[in-house]
Ligand binder design. Structure first.
Ligand code: VGL
Ligand code: ZN
Length: 209
């Protein structure tokens, strides 16, 4: 697959809290950094996303007395998996991993900043209707195809890819530049949804140009 001038690389949530030693460490999460740095120079446009929660965020188990991390509860906008507090605004855990050196990135898109609602996708909050502004940004800049990498494969990368397709952007997930949380089969479930939605799933070795 050839990379062209209207393609954008969306680097999802490569933050300290999602890497080993972090508050919500994705197994081997830091292993995405080397492949991301290897392919980044081939893209003319890069967007970074940053999970960015206020202190008592609705996705934190600690915000729901008696609840534990990795349980699911019902919120007004639907089911919500509860997480350990992570990526709190202004903390070291919310910083990008120090090895993720991508100064050429053109946009840092923060998400999950409203207390009452989570946002896995870079395009919509978890009500699936409140836009983050990313679709309008991409359209206005004529960035028409999205390539997705980062953390976590089965949550923020995955939901961003599905929403990209819903908005009619061709979407390509670079599988070996992602790592999954894999909670109750979530990685396999997301892959089934990729197939249904027309998300292309390739390894970075399949990129050319
Ligand atoms: C994510 C769970 C909670 C992610 C963010 O980046 O995939 N997962 N917040
Ligand atoms: Zn989060």
């Amino acid at each position: 697959m050839r990379i062209d001038a209207n393609d954008v690389l969306i680097v999802t949530d490569v933050q300290n809290d999602f890497c080993p030693g972090g508050a919500l460490a994705v197994p081997r999460g830091d292993e995405v950094i080397a492949p991301i740095l290897r392919i980044a120079p081939r893209f003319q446009h890069i967007v970074l996303t940053q999970d960015w929660h206020p202190p008592c965020h609705a996705s934190f188990a600690a915000s729901h007395p008696g609840r534990k991390p990795f349980e699911t509860i019902e919120l007004p906008c639907g089911p919500q998996t509860l997480w350990p507090p992570h990526c709190m605004q202004g903390t070291a855990g919310a910083d990008f991993h120090p090895a993720l050196k991508l100064p050429q990135a053109e946009l840092i898109l923060r998400k999950g900043f409203r207390t009452e609602i989570d946002s896995y996708s870079a395009f919509f909050e978890n009500d699936h209707t409140t836009p983050t502004g990313l679709a309008a940004y991409l359209r206005e800049r004529n960035l028409s195809r999205v390539f997705l990498v980062g953390l976590a494969y089965d949550y923020c990368v995955g939901y961003s890819a599905l929403d990209a397709r819903r908005l009619n952007f061709p979407a390509v997930v670079l599988r070996d530049a992602c790592r999954a949380i894999d909670l109750n089969g979530s990685a396999a479930a997301m892959e089934a949804r990729f197939a249904e939605a027309g998300v292309a799933l390739i390894d970075i070795s399949e990129l050319s140009g």
